[in-house]
Write a protein that binds this ligand. Structure first.
Ligand code: PLP
Length: 308
């Protein structure tokens, strides 16, 4: 599919979407009521970010998106370089330096037949992208004050049912856990797996630190780009790391807990269900936090947006 010309900087100031092959203001970006992305959560997506005018690990996000498309038996009519141009175009048109940048593919609408529309093979997949102001899992002042994380008893949809390594819109468990958290006066939440291990939260992976060792879940979670960054940073900094289950009791007994997300990088946790953790912000968390933000400045990880 041919790409529209690069949009001028600020064409859609404050936020820009790419829908049906054109750059449009966010308010004009729409999907059909009948798209299976809406009626069946039959969609995959990815979220990258820009900070101070440059993407972080954009290729890693695009790799994950294309891998997800394949697993979902979906396709988009754009090459990798065209996708890159569209994402850059959305940011440039928004005029924003710090952005949340999404790429989304939905199943689309299967063509109606005499007997209704039931066959996903016949649907034309739809592609959307957009850039918005950067979204934080918790705003910077809340991070300083201390995030109180609720460990919900809700069980994340089984990885045997929905492959969590495909970034997906199966969020009902996560959203309900957020309501649980807010009802209890907590700031955010995470859910567990069927074996009683902490899995992940709405938009983030969970890490603990115990006796100097960092640990994060080995399965049943999205393999977050920030999670991968933390894992790589542990290697670089010589911090012991184990990718292994996180039983709830061990999370509650941790020295430090932190979250990883494109929405904030490394986010220290101060309390679990109102109970203060021994260290906040813990020394290991602080090192990884600083290393994450330093890495975002390294040219090898940056993809600069050309604002013209
Ligand atoms: N887990 C879930 C369910 C997510 O939705 C996200 C991001 O939105 C993450 C983990 C963290 O992934 P990333 O580090 O790629 O942002």
């Amino acid at each position: 599919m041919t790409l529209p010309p690069t949009p001028p900087t600020g064409l859609h100031e404050g936020g820009c979407a790419f829908a049906d092959g054109a750059y449009v203001p966010l308010s004009e970006a729409k999907v059909s009521l009948f798209d299976w992305g809406f009626t069946r959560s039959d969609a995959t997506y990815d979220v990258a970010s820009t900070w101070e005018g440059a993407f972080f690990r954009l290729d890693t996000h695009m790799d994950r998106f294309f891998a997800s498309l394949e697993k979902m038996r979906m396709s988009i009519p754009y090459s990798r370089e065209a996708l890159r141009a569209i994402l850059h175009g959305c940011v440039r048109a928004s005029g924003l330096k710090d952005c949340y940048v999404a790429m989304v593919c939905t199943r689309g609408v299967p063509p109606p037949t005499k007997y209704g529309a039931r066959d996903p093979r016949l649907a034309e997949n739809r592609f959307y992208a957009y850039a918005l102001p950067y979204v934080w899992i918790a705003p910077p002042d809340k991070q300083r004050e201390g995030i109180d994380l609720h460990i919900s008893e809700r069980v994340r949809i089984a990885p045997e049912s929905v492959d969590p390594t495909v970034k997906n819109y199966h969020w009902i468990d996560l959203v309900q856990s957020l309501f649980d958290a807010y009802d209890r006066g907590r700031d955010t939440s995470c859910v567990v797996d069927a074996q009683g291990n902490v899995a992940e939260g709405p938009g983030f992976n969970v890490f603990i630190v115990k006796d100097g060792e960092v640990r994060t879940a080995d399965r049943g979670v999205l393999e977050g780009v920030s999670r991968r960054t933390v894992i790589e940073l542990c290697g670089k900094l010589g911090i012991p790391l184990r990718v292994a289950p996180l039983p709830v009791a061990e999370v509650r007994a941790a020295d430090e807990v932190f979250l990883s997300s494109t929405g904030g990088g490394v986010l220290p946790i101060a309390k679990l269900d109102g109970v203060p953790l021994p260290c906040f912000p813990g020394p290991v968390t602080q090192r990884l936090h600083d290393a994450y933000w330093a890495l975002r400045k390294e040219p090898a990880y940056r993809d600069e947006v050309d604002y013209g």
